[in-house]
Design a protein around this ligand. Structure first.
Ligand code: SF4
Ligand code: SF4
Length: 367
């Protein structure tokens, strides 16, 4: 480890956003509004070099994501490069584009695990939310092909006001598809999801009912299905440690090679991001200004600075502070120990019964 960096641990995980292209157009997508064009995407050779540097830095697992990673014809080459660098390769996919032949090629390339996302549990909901007719049927076909190929599968579902009622069916679907784990995350308001916050915001009653259903399902399905549930931040009283603490456990590589402390960090005004095409990953992680900006506790204002939770939640999410309070260096507005919470409560009162899905702005490259 280089001099002067002894107290900074190496990253464990890396999110590799291979592309922003995606056949779906979910209004809850966390990708930025200004989506990367195909021409700016890193090549498979460049990804291969990034994986080599990441492994040398200490990264153990890479999450291959997007957009839809299968939109890249060279996905199999990229997976093989990740495995060749010694990384655990987890593919996060909508399933669209994953034919049986493609899955066989990914297995040959060494993919370790697949997370398949669903936008709902019926064609009516899933295709509407994803903005892609026939998408649900193609996902189910991909899930069957993954099961036939013996690939370890987790089902992912992003929940919001318009599909939280389908929660028990999500658990049923996961078991039917042979998934051993289901990850149910209430929408995080970043990127396109922030743009559609009033449309997607669940009600407090929905959130309480969801917690009850999760507890019930965990008891009933113990030993068959592991259920990870991420409740919505806004209805909590204290924030989570976003990314486990800024610049402490993971990093994101955007499709063009920009290296980000979290995938929404590009929304923070004035923050500049080094690019792995011209700066070594180790240099960016240990000395990059974007990573140093909110690392640890030195940057904190009061009341975080003198709070007993400052090394538990590290002041929460910077992008959430920016989105709600207009200031990325403020304490997370979720925190009831801070004055910013009043603004969040007003916002929840205003958005708890917002417009229908037809008012959403669907995610598209070019706006
Ligand atoms: S959230 Fe939807 S639109 Fe965004 S990358 Fe995933 S599948 Fe595509
Ligand atoms: S005051 Fe700051 S450190 Fe303390 S709980 Fe709230 S956000 Fe976390």
């Amino acid at each position: 480890m280089p001099d002067g960096t002894r107290i900074i641990p190496p990253p464990i995980a890396m999110l590799a956003e291979l592309t922003h292209r995606c056949p779906l157009s979910c209004p809850y997508c966390s990708n930025p509004l200004d989506l990367a064009q195909r021409e700016s995407e890193l090549s498979a050779e460049e990804w291969s070099e990034i994986f080599r540097q990441a492994a040398a830095l200490g990264v153990l697992q890479v999450h291959l994501s997007g957009g839809e990673p299968a939109s890249r014809r060279d996905l199999e080459v990229i997976v093989a490069a990740a495995r060749g660098a010694g990384l655990y390769a987890n593919l996060i996919t909508s399933g669209i584009g994953l034919t049986a032949d493609r899955i066989a090629a990914l297995v040959t390339a060494g993919v370790d695990h697949v997370q398949l996302s669903v936008q709902g549990t019926t064609p009516a909901t899933a295709d509407r939310v994803g903005g892609y007719r026939g998408g649900f049927a193609r996902k189910m076909a991909a899930a069957e092909a993954l099961a036939a190929a013996g690939v370890a599968l987790t089902l992912n579902a992003v929940m919001h006001r318009h599909n939280l009622g389908e929660l028990p069916e999500v658990f049923d679907l996961a078991e039917r598809l042979g998934a051993r784990r289901v990850e149910v995350a209430c929408v995080q308001f970043q990127g396109w999801a922030l743009e559609n916050r009033a449309v997607l915001q669940p009600t407090r009653e929905q959130v309480e009912e969801a917690k009850r259903l999760v507890a019930e399902a965990r008891a009933q399905r113990r030993g068959r299905l592991v259920i990870d549930f991420v409740p919505p931040d806004y209805y909590a009283d204290l924030p989570k440690a976003c990314m486990g603490g800024w610049g402490s456990t993971g990093l994101n590589i955007a499709p063009d090679g920009s290296v980000l402390p979290c995938h929404a960090a590009q929304t923070i005004p004035g923050m500049r991001f080094a690019n792995v095409k011209d700066t070594p990953l180790e240099e960016i992680w240990y000395r990059g200004p974007a990573f140093a900006a909110f690392r640890g506790t030195d940057w904190m204002p009061e009341p975080c600075r003198s709070c007993d939770r400052r090394e538990v939640d590290f002041g929460g999410c910077r992008c959430q502070a920016l989105a709600v309070l207009g200031d990325a260096s403020a304490p997370d507005p979720v925190c009831r120990r801070t004055p910013g919470r009043a603004r969040l409560d007003l916002l929840l009162a205003a958005e708890g019964n917002g417009p229908g899905l037809e008012a959403a702005r669907w995610r598209r490259i070019g706006g």
